[in-house]
Design a protein around this ligand. Structure first.
Ligand SMILES: [Zn+2]
Ligand SMILES: [Zn+2]
Length: 352
């Protein structure tokens, strides 16, 4: 079968690979319909390995080359021994977290921060291919109301939903979202669904400010031109937003995000940055702000599917293009790595 295979930084090839074998215990094989390209995938393409292990992954045993793709929809093709055989033929979204099932965190139910965990498409071959092996416990059956295109967005939307839950956004709250890329835009959408009275966004890219507005932001600011903290402070009754989401991972943005929250407010860090951020301890203690980390999702995909099925969120505007698998390097990875893609989410039609 044809697949998009990561060999090294700058070396992603659409090439023939063997089809996955029969799924083992705890596994399933999914026939992929659509697969989204994540910022993580682009980082692996541009400067990896970042999350890809250069040698055998401790849980899956997989070493590069590896098929990318962890945001996908499809149909269950096979279920491993002892699994839910009745799901064969079901349309699904997939929680792609591999987990050991026995560590301290897995036993607490926190499988998303498993000591050995990894994701399909990084720690094992992914969904930029017609067939993919996944953890059977990650299968999320789709009701008829949720189409295959939108279902491929369930994974990034689950990242946003998890962050909104971690931030404790409540009915009537005010929210600031720093960085309106795919994840920030999804946070705008989900925070509105959680009952936020007003969501403000900031992003230097005009196209991203416009899409934030389409997804329900009350206003979107340009951090290179506006004093975002002051503008949002004034619009939140000279109090400031209840919850701030830092979605860029840019160390310099973290201090600003902390200082933008109201006294007693919450700051959720979900952008994954590796540099050092300077935060004044007094900006946390003297204002009794709470800083929370948020990683991935923990049983959040079924909640996303439920929200879409109920009509509470319409993630359609997140999709900026659908490209065939054969063109994925030139039509998706190269422009995204060059910063030349102003849209939000590119989906890959792996059957085209
Ligand atoms: Zn991702
Ligand atoms: Zn574990």
């Amino acid at each position: 079968m044809r697949a998009a295979v990561w060999h090294a930084a700058g070396d992603l090839r659409v090439e023939d690979v063997p089809e996955p074998g029969d799924p083992g215990p705890g596994q399933a094989v999914v026939a992929v319909r659509f697969c989204g390209i994540c910022g993580t995938d682009v980082h692996e393409f541009a400067e990896g390995p970042v999350l890809i292990r250069p040698s055998a992954h401790p849980l899956t045993g997989k070493a590069p080359p590896v098929v990318l793709g962890h945001e996908f929809s499809g149909m269950v093709a096979a279920i491993g021994p002892g699994g839910p055989a009745g799901l064969v033929g079901a349309r699904v979204a997939v929680d792609p977290c591999w987990r050991c099932g026995t560590c301290y965190w897995c036993l607490r139910g926190d499988y998303h921060i498993c000591r050995l965990g990894g994701s399909v498409g990084l720690a094992s071959d992914g969904a930029l291919a017609p067939l993919v092996t996944v953890p059977a416990e990650g299968l999320v059956p789709l009701p008829d109301e949720v189409g295959d295109t939108v279902a491929a967005l369930a994974e990034p939307l689950a990242v946003a939903l998890h962050a909104v839950r971690r931030g404790g956004v409540g009915v009537g709250d005010t929210v600031l979202v720093v960085g309106a890329g795919p994840i920030g835009a999804a946070v705008v959408l989900v925070a509105r669904a959680a009952g936020a009275a007003a969501v403000y966004a900031s992003d230097p890219a005009p196209a991203r400010r416009e899409s934030a507005l389409r997804l329900g932001a009350a206003q979107a600011f340009d951090p290179t031109a506006d004093d975002v903290r002051r503008e949002v402070f004034l619009r939140c009754g000279r109090v400031g937003p209840d919850v701030v989401f830092e979605c860029t991972g840019v160390p310099a943005a973290v201090a600003g995000a902390v200082e933008a929250a109201r006294r007693g407010g919450v700051v959720v860090l979900l952008g994954v940055g590796h540099g050092a951020a300077e935060v004044r301890p007094a900006a946390v203690t003297a204002y009794e702000r709470t800083i929370v980390g948020s990683l991935g999702y923990n049983r959040d995909l079924p909640r996303v599917v439920g929200l879409v099925a109920a009509g509470s969120i319409d993630p359609g505007p997140l999709v900026s293009a659908v490209v065939p698998l054969a063109d994925v390097v030139g039509s998706a990875f190269e422009p995204m790595a060059a910063g030349a893609h102003a849209g939000l989410k590119i989906l890959v039609d792996v059957t085209a």
